[in-house]
Design a protein around this ligand. Structure first.
Ligand code: HPA
Ligand code: ZN
Length: 330
């Protein structure tokens, strides 16, 4: 039995496996510029975040109907459950779909067809976090927030993703203020490729409660002190960092140093179809390569539930945490 955990940094579009991409392409009459699944996997050699995003946005063309988003989500939830995920807070990128003529309603209703019955079908509780594309304008983000208003009973919070360099959090200050006024929780990618200053901006200007990645904080000891003191969770994605070359090799990943510094780290998969593994695979990789002890692995699992947006159901959080403490490693 795998270690029980929450996944807090997962782009649902990044769970699109090549086999499903071809099945959906056929169902929807979409032409993919790849001969077969091997050819897609050969394209998984990324130089940096942007080179990944190019493929990520290209393959999304196959997602067109509610049923497509439902099938995508069910495939992820089944894999996540098999790797010990009890709770998942799932990012989606509505602008990438709206730009292709697929409306907010299709995306959210489609995702919900799987998420709404995920506890019964997969034993995984879920929440949705809507991300703004930071390489699009602040006006576009605000329009997206307005388009989501009819669906806010299904969306727990907002996030910020896509190309980080040159798109500092400050650009989205008003959008995050508006999201907060709507009662939404706030997270943002910061410090994946961007400097520590972007992490500070996400905290100070966007009011984020959790930082996605946050890797570059290690260049700024005063920022580390603050993140430790304020117990700001970081959603790290080790295999993603290797594939997108944020670190040279997994052995160079700062996760052990970050835990030693007292940071509230979690381990997540980011875009598992593209980066060589789901969240359990990330746990296995950091155990094997970074030599994390069972105590450290349990701490990561505990942190994932402590950092979850489960304030509406503290009884559930206690149950999940009790499972972590009771877990016997094989
Ligand atoms: N980083 C930034 N934006 C993203 C990612 C990522 O890893 N995956 C999907 N959008
Ligand atoms: Zn991400």
């Amino acid at each position: 039995m795998p270690l029980p955990k929450a996944e807090l940094h997962l782009h649902i579009e990044g769970t699109l496996e090549p086999e499903l991409a071809f099945a959906l392409a056929e169902r929807n009459g979409v032409e993919l510029p790849y001969a077969d699944t091997d050819e897609i996997r050969e394209a998984y050699r990324f130089e940096d975040l942007q080179s990944f995003l190019n493929l990520y946005y290209e393959l999304m063309a196959v997602l067109r109907t509610e049923r497509d988003f439902e099938d995508l989500s069910n495939a992820y939830l089944a894999r996540a459950a098999a790797q010990g995920v009890r709770h998942a807070e799932i990012f989606f990128d509505p602008q990438a779909h709206i730009a292709r003529g697929v409306g907010m309603g299709t995306v959210v209703e489609g995702l919900w067809r799987a998420l709404g019955s995920s506890e019964e079908n997969h034993g995984v509780s879920t929440q949705l976090i809507m991300c703004f594309l930071r390489d699009e304008s602040a006006e576009s983000a605000m329009e997206t927030l307005r388009a989501a208003e009819p669906y806010l009973d299904r969306i727990v919070g907002v996030g910020l993703d896509s190309a980080e360099a040159g798109h500092p959090p400050v650009k989205f200050r008003e959008v995050y203020e508006a999201a907060a006024a709507l009662g939404l929780r706030r997270v943002a990618h910061a410090g994946e490729e961007g400097p520590p200053e972007y992490i500070r901006q996400a905290l100070d200007l966007l009011g984020v409660e959790r930082v996605d990645h946050g890797l570059s904080c290690m260049e700024d000891p005063a920022l580390v002190d603050r993140l430790v003191r304020d117990r700001i969770p970081l959603t790290l994605c080790p295999l993603s960092n290797v594939r997108l070359r944020a670190v040279d090799t997994l052995a160079d990943h700062p996760l052990p140093a970050m835990l030693d510094a007292g940071l509230l780290c979690t381990v997540n998969s980011d875009d598992p179809a593209y980066f060589g593994g789901y969240v359990g695979d990330n746990f296995d990789a950091v155990r094997d390569t970074l030599g994390l002890t069972e105590d450290r692995l349990r701490e990561l699992a505990r942190n994932s539930f402590l950092a979850s947006f489960l304030e509406h159901d503290e009884e559930r959080r206690r149950r999940y945490l009790a499972e972590v403490e009771a877990y016997a490693f094989p």
